[in-house]
Write a protein of this length. Structure first.
Length: 421
């Protein structure tokens, strides 16, 4: 009996020893596995850091100095900016800085040159005098910017733009003439009606504002503005219809004459409009777009002065506006419906969207495409024709209906496909 009890105690002791040994062995194995994992991860981490991989934000430069995350010790030193006192006006436009921990964007302009401003996207909160590269002064109205599409010289066409993308070109002028610097010397531009010799009737009357029956007195507000600013703006493109453009079609006869006016490339021409409607639309654009400046339908003074300005660069533009859309011109244009680039061939009579032909001094559409109303009138045999139009159309020729062309029509022709503003 005693031997059996002793043997039984020995077996239990042996089992206990074996169990303890197994536990110890398991602990050793687990420790080794964990150690290998840590070593492997550290090796990968060290390899990652050694490679200088900056595709991750978990790098030393992004971790505060003295802090370790994932084995990476930070080197970023926090700067105390509480004593900084810079304002946006102290930092150049578009550049950034930090003041009291807050990021600020600079609004300071270091130049008033067009060549500097055209890429700044700066809409002025007051009228701003800027200069071209020949130091000609141009006044940019409140709410406008110098367009990125602007030339850097007045003679090549300084373009301004509102917040909706409507564009206008500066025309230098003075009542008694204003001098502008050009690459070929000083030129004088006078704000005046001009007899270009291409019009109905013959002979010039004694009235300097009356050319073969065409007449117009200079509006008082135009005179005051020209005297004050030595120039004015003309639409870079003819008037467009926002509704027809959004529908990707040209304007139709039944379309409303109260649609929003645009001055943009590629928009549908605003035709099928009467002269009185055109006047109201043109004058109403300033209010609708919240301009401080006035907008008006083009007067004969503004139209003729613009042509004389263009002649600085294109000396025969008054005689042959071959850059426009005429029956004898061929060019490529973007179709408003398909948005495809198509070719208008010679002898094709087709009305095209605004700004599809060749610019002259950064101005489009003065010759060809459609006739444009001006505020002139025509007197013949005691009868007044208020429908005076300029510039020819897509069914005419650039040599016989150039931008300087003057024509008149009876009321029965008002509001048709060819008339716009």
């Amino acid at each position: 009996m005693q031997n059996k009890k002793a043997s039984k105690k020995i077996n239990e002791r042996t089992k206990l020893i074996i169990l303890v040994a197994i536990i110890i062995l398991i602990a050793i194995i687990v420790t080794l596995v964990i150690r290998n994992i840590i070593i492997s991860n550290n090796a990968r981490e060290n390899e990652y850091l050694a490679a200088g991989n900056e595709n991750s934000s978990l790098i030393a430069n992004n971790i505060k100095k003295g802090i370790t995350i994932g084995g990476i010790t930070g080197t970023l030193e926090s700067l105390d900016t509480s004593d900084a006192n810079a304002t946006p006006e102290d930092i150049e436009w578009g550049k950034t800085g930090y003041v009291n921990g807050v990021k600020i964007v600079g609004t300071m302009l270091t130049s008033n040159k067009v060549s500097y401003l055209k890429d700044k996207n700066v809409f002025f909160d007051e009228n701003k005098e800027v200069k071209d590269d020949l130091d000609n002064i141009v006044t940019v109205p409140k709410g406008f910017k110098v367009s990125s599409e602007s030339a850097v010289l007045v003679e090549d066409g300084i373009v301004i733009e509102d917040k909706k993308g409507n564009q206008f070109v500066w025309i230098p002028a003075g009542i008694n003439g204003v001098n502008i610097n050009t690459t070929n010397g000083t030129k004088t531009i006078k704000y005046a009606r001009t007899d270009f010799g291409i019009q109905f009737g013959s002979g010039i009357t004694d009235d300097p504002n009356d050319y073969s029956g065409y007449y117009e007195s200079m509006p008082a507000d135009e005179r005051a503005s020209i005297e004050k600013y030595s120039g004015y703006y003309i639409g870079r493109f003819d008037a467009g219809d926002s509704v027809a453009t959004a529908a990707k079609r040209m304007r139709q006869e039944e379309d409303s004459a109260s649609n929003t006016v645009t001055i943009k490339k590629g928009d549908a021409p605003y035709n099928y409009v009467t002269k009185s409607e055109a006047i109201a639309l043109a004058e109403g654009m300033a209010q609708k777009e919240s301009y401080d400046a006035k907008t008006k339908m083009t007067s004969a003074f503004a139209w003729d002065t613009a042509i004389n300005f263009i002649k600085i660069k294109n000396s025969d533009y008054d005689l042959n506006s071959e850059q426009g859309n005429y029956i004898d011109t061929s060019f490529q244009y973007t179709d408003i419906t398909t948005e495809n680039l198509v070719t208008k061939a010679e002898n094709d009579e087709v009305l095209v969207p605004n700004g599809q032909t060749t610019a002259v001094s950064n101005i489009f559409d003065m010759g060809g495409n459609t006739f444009k109303y001006t505020s002139e009138s025509y007197l013949m045999d005691g009868y007044v024709y208020d429908l005076v139009y300029r510039g020819g159309n897509f069914q005419g020729y650039g040599s016989t209906r150039p931008a300087a062309y003057r024509g008149y029509a009876s009321a029965s022709n008002e509001g048709n496909e060819f008339n716009r503003f």
